[in-house]
Design a protein around this ligand. Structure first.
Ligand SMILES: O=P(O)(O)OC[C@H]1O[C@H](OP(=O)(O)OP(=O)(O)O)[C@H](O)[C@@H]1O
Ligand SMILES: O=c1cc[nH]c(=O)[nH]1
Length: 186
């Protein structure tokens, strides 16, 4: 069985519009962009956070501090995945105190990555609050976690995979739904 793409979920234009809408919702909910910070979760949360920062600066004229978070050491399955996990860069070059932090990721599924991200973040400081923005919420939560800003709510089966491709990491913007069961190889 080979995994097969079965549908396009978001085109490049739709990704752009979803991120623009989320930026507007962030401004609305926070009554502006003062004291916000954006933190992208590896891998694709990082370019998405940068896009939101650019959009918020365009909308509100405020430069938003932006950071990146690697959650590997905080995973609840760390002991099962590898003896030598690959650790990527965590870079949060500002004080979290009195900031409302918006965590950014591409896909929200079980919620375990976000749980780990919350622990990683709180080890770095005590923000005034933490909100969550995701491009796609595909359901199947295993923890009591929800997103504050969602580009696209997509009911899925567990046998499916949401593949987010971004210009910065993959050369194009596209969100696809894949069937992990695929079709029988000939
Ligand atoms: O809600 P969850 O079940 O935790 O799933 C969501 C996470 O899964 C993907 O990351 P992945 O672990 O594939 O790493 P990557 O983004 O670095 O490819 C995605 O980017 C989210 O971070
Ligand atoms: O479908 C999924 C589930 C977790 N992470 C993804 O990137 N896609």
């Amino acid at each position: 069985m080979t995994p097969q793409p079965k549908a396009t979920i978001l085109t490049a234009d739709e990704v752009r519009r979803a991120m623009t809408r989320i930026a507007h919702e962030i401004v609305e909910r926070n009554k502006g962009a003062e004291n916000l910070a954006l933190i992208g979760v590896h891998t694709r949360g990082i370019p998405l956070a940068a896009r939101l920062a650019a959009k918020l600066e365009e909308l509100e004229g405020v430069a938003i501090p932006t950071g990146m978070l690697d959650i590997t050491l905080y995973r609840d399955d760390l002991s099962e995945i590898s003896h030598q996990p690959v650790i990527r860069e965590t870079h949060v070059p500002f004080d979290l105190a009195r900031r409302r932090v918006i965590l950014v990721d591409d896909v929200l599924y079980t919620g375990r990555t976000v749980r780990a991200a919350l622990d990683a973040l709180i080890d770095l400081g005590r923000p005034e609050g933490i909100q969550l923005a995701v491009l796609v919420d595909r359901g199947h939560r295993e923890l009591p976690i929800r997103a504050d800003y969602v580009g696209k709510n997509l009911p899925t089966a567990k046998s499916e995979l949401v593949k987010v491709k971004l210009l910065e990491t993959d050369g194009l913007d596209l969100v696809e739904l894949w069937d992990l069961n695929g079709t029988a190889d000939q």
